[in-house]
Write a protein that binds this ligand. Structure first.
Ligand code: NAG
Ligand code: NAG
Ligand code: NAG
Length: 394
């Protein structure tokens, strides 16, 4: 009896324990499986290829029949900083190049086809002035397909909103040069002497991004004006100087956490633009010279990566994207834009709201802008690639 009852007792303990551990095991197995499938999706999302073709490697081909995709004077929404022809640029060949991936052609940009995809949706570009140029380009690429009374433009700082009424769609821009909060967040008065970035604060911006169907982010040049940057981290009571890469890593991590906890990957889509290269020193592509992008009329031939494009910063982006649960697609426009020393606004833009004066134009080494791009121009190609993804990716 004694033996039997202890056996029974043992069995009574053993069965629930066995069941519990079986359940625990099953649960663990499911979690691991789920993470494995998330990881797989994430790799695929991040390293997007179009029908087996890497759209980011190729070369520029002169094709005046197809490019530019719109004319400077036919887009009423272009702003003065980008209208290089109107601002006096003497050459226009920079408008005639088509990006030709090595193994395929980019599909023709059909505004109506993209507008159909965007029906009832909001597409928002978030970031700095380079991102604003990409937004302006997208507006110009789409607006020609919409009759006058069915479109409108609104400025609601720090946002600009283009609405295609017939499609109930909007193409929006949100100014946030560091993505996280900073003292440069004012939409127009953002030229601050001492930058201060709140590396762990994002909600003030993030609440405007909630529920947006398609979000496109960028952030790079603002981190790079100095080797170090003043930041504040929790609990925000003291300012510290961080190296640019360290600050960038923390800020992108703040952003990644926001995306992971606010984005529904089944109904929303997030992109991150790789850095937009600069052409500040002509010795990089013409040994012995001492100019910049001014007077350049042709793309660089052959392989080229400028010293201004930090591989360390690019690696931080890639590692951040890989660590996320939401699959963010990385649009790698750096290399294709590297070749385009000819496509910057140079002297044909404004400074502090005014076109350059004759005196300023006589000093291109001081006054040429070799960071921003003319429109139509290189950012149209970034949008041709975004178009390809939005229209052809399931
Ligand atoms: C228009 O689009 C918004 C989302 O951007 C949606 O909430 C609204 O229901 C749409 N309206 C119509 C009439 O489809
Ligand atoms: C950081 O802030 C201090 C105090 O305002 C300033 O003196 C210093 O130049 C700043 N550093 C940078 C890298 O901006
Ligand atoms: C720019 O090009 C023009 C015409 O080719 C030339 O006359 C001028 O010297 C060049 N300026 C510079 C700074 O290279």
């Amino acid at each position: 009896m004694k033996v039997g009852s202890s056996k029974l007792y043992g069995l009574l303990i053993f069965i629930p324990l066995a069941l519990a551990s079986l359940l625990l095991g099953l649960q663990l197995y499911l979690i691991i499986q789920r993470n494995a499938s998330i990881k797989l999706n994430r790799e695929l999302e991040y390293e997007w290829v179009f029908n087996g073709c890497d759209v980011f490697s190729g070369r520029w081909e002169l094709d005046p029949g197809s490019h530019p995709l719109f004319r400077e004077e036919s887009c009423p929404y272009l702003t003065q900083p980008v209208t290089c022809q109107k601002n006096g640029r003497p050459d226009s060949l920079y408008q005639n190049w088509k990006w030709r991936p090595r193994d395929c052609e980019l599909p023709r940009f059909d505004p109506l086809r993209l507008l159909e995809k965007l029906r009832g949706k909001r597409l928002m570009f978030v970031g700095d002035s380079l991102q604003r140029t990409q937004w302006e380009s997208m507006v110009c690429l789409l607006q020609s397909a919409i009759p006058d009374h069915q479109k409108s433009m609104d400025k609601i700082p720090p946002m600009r909103i283009f609405t295609a009424k017939k499609f109930n769609a909007s193409i929006e821009f949100y100014w946030a040069p560091f993505i996280v909060e900073s003292n440069a967040d004012h939409a127009t008065k953002h030229r601050v002497k001492y930058k201060l970035v709140n590396l762990q604060s994002i909600d003030k911006h993030g609440r405007h991004w909630k529920g947006i169907d398609i979000l496109v982010f960028d952030s790079y040049v603002w981190w790079m004006s100095n080797p170090t940057i003043n930041v504040s981290v929790a609990p925000y009571d003291q300012v510290q100087e961080y190296s640019a890469p360290n600050a960038y890593r923390v800020a992108l991590n703040t952003w990644a956490q926001w995306v992971d906890s606010h984005i529904d990957p089944h109904n929303q889509k997030v992109f991150f633009m790789s850095l937009s290269p600069t052409h500040l020193w002509s010795w990089e592509w013409r040994a012995g010279s001492s100019g910049n992008c001014y007077n350049e009329t042709h793309p660089i031939q052959g392989s080229y990566l400028g010293v201004g494009s930090s591989t360390e910063m690019m690696d931080i982006v890639v590692n951040t994207l890989r660590s996320m649960n939401v699959g963010v697609t990385y649009i790698k426009i750096t290399q294709l834009s590297e070749y385009r020393k000819d496509a910057h606004t140079s002297l044909y833009t404004e400074r502090a709201g005014k076109l350059l004066t004759a005196e300023q134009r006589s000093e291109p080494n001081t006054y040429a802008d070799c960071i921003h791009w003319c429109l139509p121009g290189v950012p149209d190609t970034w949008n041709e690639i975004l178009y390809t993804y939005l229209v052809y990716h399931k």
